[in-house]
Structure formats: structure tokens, C-alpha cells
Write a protein that binds this ligand. Structure first.
Ligand code: SF4
Length: 361
């Protein structure tokens, strides 16, 4: 069991972040925010994939106007990503943003910052201070190690908000290097009471980025640190959500969703395990029920893994063995393997949904 760090809770629309609330998974739209239709579509796709909070860039006033139209049409809390211009922060809050991502140190005039914080306090809009190793001022604490410099800057920004009597704060201290990220979060976790947004930033394309984020975020979560997270990937944001959900579920910090186990294959394989596993994983993205699926290449480990699954297949001698509820059911032809397992998965999911509905009545 993971014992989680205590943090002050903040509210983003209907969601709580921190204070022991379930870990939330975030992503960010990659569309042009001024394109309302495309952005709403992407937010909806993220929500369908299981994203809890969506961040949207607000680079100019036109984007802030579009944000208002977008927020009206989505069901998920929206974080407005703002840099430098306090007018964009004000406009985003008036547009209904549920949170700002904003570094107070980036707003040069004190009265501008005060006007932003005053409106955030009035609307109870939390602010995420996002320290990013890549954008630390070059001459900032030059003799300290990078994690210490990140922590110093985060504390400085926190103090600015606290001096303005504002405490609806969330913090992130992201670096592209996994060990730097872990060290920065580990240090700040003992120094402030605020919830922490985890992530390894600029982590690379999906394969590399998912590994780096899984390590950085996973190790911190296992230490009990972290309240919300984003897996940053140079790629499809749906993959960010998929990876984020897998991290929290693998650590037992969220109920298991639909999941698949598949063997690595070897010289005994009689089935296209990799191809079927990829197609099944894609199918499971649309399944809300916690269906467990096993796809195994032969009967050496096949029956064992299938015993723990709701639906399973294992390669046999010129055929494929189908398992239901852990027990062998029947054999099918090899070339019908995907179609059969997909139908079995849908049938199990429907039965689960039906029994869930009955329990709720
Ligand atoms: S289940 Fe069979 S095919 Fe798959 S890796 Fe194990 S021995 Fe090889």
C-alpha cells in the first residue's frame, strides 16, 4: 500500500486535486485553440480516453475568446495555459477557466499580477506554478545543482502568491531528465503543503517519453508524492492519457480498467500475438468495464494466464483455444482469432455493464 503525502485540496469544477483525492490524469490539447471545433473535438476524445483535466494554451486574446466557447461545450475542468501577459490570465478566468497555469515571476509589473490574483481569489480559481528546468534563468543560482535551482525558483514563486494572501496553489517542477525531476519533487514535497502536478517534460516521442514518464512519475507516486499528472509526449495526446492511466492503475492508485496481458512470443508461437494484442488494446480504449484479456502464443503459459482473465486465447496445434472466465471453452481457426476475441470481449463488457446497472438500482 502506498501512503500518500498530505496536501491541501483545491477544486477544479467538480474535481478535487490534493487532500487525498484520487490521482487525476491530465493532458493538453495540441490543436490551435482559435479553432473551436477542432479543440472541442480533441477535448472530447481525451475525455473519452479517460482524461480528467485538460489544459489549453491561450497564446493571445483571440484564443481567450475561443476558450469561452470551448469551455461551454466540454464537461471536463479546463486549465488555461498562460505566459507573460496578465490580460490573457484575466480573459481566461472570465471565459470560465477552472485553473490557470501561470508563473507569477513571468508577469513583470506588480499591479498586473495583483489584478490577476485578485480575480483568481474572487473566483476561487487555482493557479498552477509550473517550474520548467528548460526555462530557468541562466544566471539563477548558477552554483547550485539543477534540482535545487528548480526548488528555489518554485519557492520564490509560491512566496509571491502567499504574500498576496493566495493559497489555491498547485505546483509542478518538471525536467526532461528523470533523476532531476524526481529530486526536485522529492525536495519540494517536504517544503510546501500544496498539491503537486507530476510530469517529466520534453520527454520525447511516445515510446521513449512513456518510459521516462513512467519512471519519473511512477517512482514519485510510489513514494507517496503527487496528486495529478501529465505524461508529456511528442505525439497523439490520447497516448498521454493512456500512459497516465496505466501508471496510476499499475501502482494500485486507481481501479483497474480494461486490461490486456500478452506473451512476448518465442519459437513456440502459433498465433500473431503482437498484431492481435495491438488491435485488442485499441478496442479496450472504448471499453469502460474492467475486462481482463489474455493473448498467449502457445499452451505452455497460455492456460495459466487465461485462468486469471475474463477472456483469453492461446495458440494450439493448428488452432486457437478460447477461454471464458478462466476455463477452456472451445477451439477456433487461427485466422478468426481477433474477430472471436473481440466478440467475446464485447459480450463480457455488456454483461458487466448490465450487472453494474442492476446493482445500482
Ligand atoms: S506463452 Fe508460449 S509462445 Fe508465448 S512466450 Fe511463452 S512459451 Fe513462448
Amino acid at each position: 500500500m502506498i501512503s500518500r503525502r498530505n496536501s491541501l485540496p483545491i477544486r477544479l469544477r467538480h474535481l478535487t486535486v490534493g487532500g487525498g483525492a484520487p490521482i487525476t490524469v491530465q493532458s493538453m490539447t495540441k490543436t490551435d485553440t482559435r479553432d473551436v471545433e477542432a479543440t472541442v473535438r480533441q477535448v472530447q476524445a481525451l475525455v473519452d480516453a479517460g482524461c480528467h483535466i485538460v489544459r489549453i494554451a491561450v497564446p493571445d486574446l483571440e484564443a481567450a475568446e475561443a476558450l469561452q466557447l470551448i469551455i461551454r461545450r466540454v464537461t471536463v475542468p479546463v486549465v488555461a495555459d498562460i505566459h507573460f501577459d496578465h490580460r490573457l490570465a484575466l480573459a481566461a478566468m472570465k471565459a470560465g477557466a477552472d485553473c490557470l497555469r501561470l508563473n507569477p515571476g513571468n508577469i513583470s509589473r506588480r499591479e498586473h499580477l495583483e489584478s490577476v490574483v485578485a480575480l483568481a481569489r474572487e473566483r476561487e480559481t487555482p493557479i498552477r506554478i509550473g517550474v520548467n528546468a528548460g526555462s530557468l534563468p541562466r544566471d539563477y543560482h548558477p552554483h547550485d545543482a539543477l534540482p535545487e535551482r528548480m526548488v528555489a525558483l518554485a519557492l520564490e514563486q509560491v512566496r509571491v502568491l502567499e504574500e498576496l494572501d493566495f493559497r489555491l496553489i498547485k505546483l509542478s517542477l518538471k525536467a526532461s531528465d528523470v533523476l532531476t525531476t524526481i529530486e526536485a519533487y522529492r525536495s519540494i514535497a517536504d517544503l510546501v503543503p500544496y498539491p503537486l502536478h507530476l510530469g517529466v517534460t520534453e520527454a520525447g516521442p511516445p515510446f521513449t517519453g512513456a518510459i521516462r514518464n513512467s519512471l519519473g512519475i511512477g517512482i514519485l507516486l510510489h513514494m507517496g508524492i503527487g496528486d495529478t499528472l501529465r505524461v508529456s509526449l511528442s505525439g497523439d495526446p490520447l497516448l498521454e492519457v493512456e500512459a497516465g492511466r496505466e501508471i496510476v492503475q499499475s501502482l494500485g492508485l486507481a481501479p483497474k480498467g480494461a486490461s490486456v496481458v500478452s506473451c512476448p512470443t518465442c519459437g513456440r508461437t502459433t498465433l500473431d500475438v503482437p498484431g492481435i494484442a495491438v488491435r485488442v488494446s485499441e478496442l479496450l480504449l472504448s471499453i469502460k468495464e474492467p475486462v481482463r484479456v489474455a493473448i498467449m502464443g502457445c499452451v505452455v503459459n497460455g492456460p495459466g494466464e487465461c485462468r486469471d482473465a475474463d477472456v483469453g486465447i492461446a495458440g494450439g496445434d493448428g488452432k486457437v483455444l478460447v477461454y471464458r472466465g478462466g476455463n477452456f471453452s472451445h477451439s477456433i481457426a487461427i485466422d478468426s482469432a481477433y474477430d472471436v476475441i473481440a466478440a467475446e470481449i464485447r459480450a463480457v463488457a455488456s454483461r458487466m455493464a448490465l450487472s453494474h446497472d442492476k446493482d445500482m438500482r
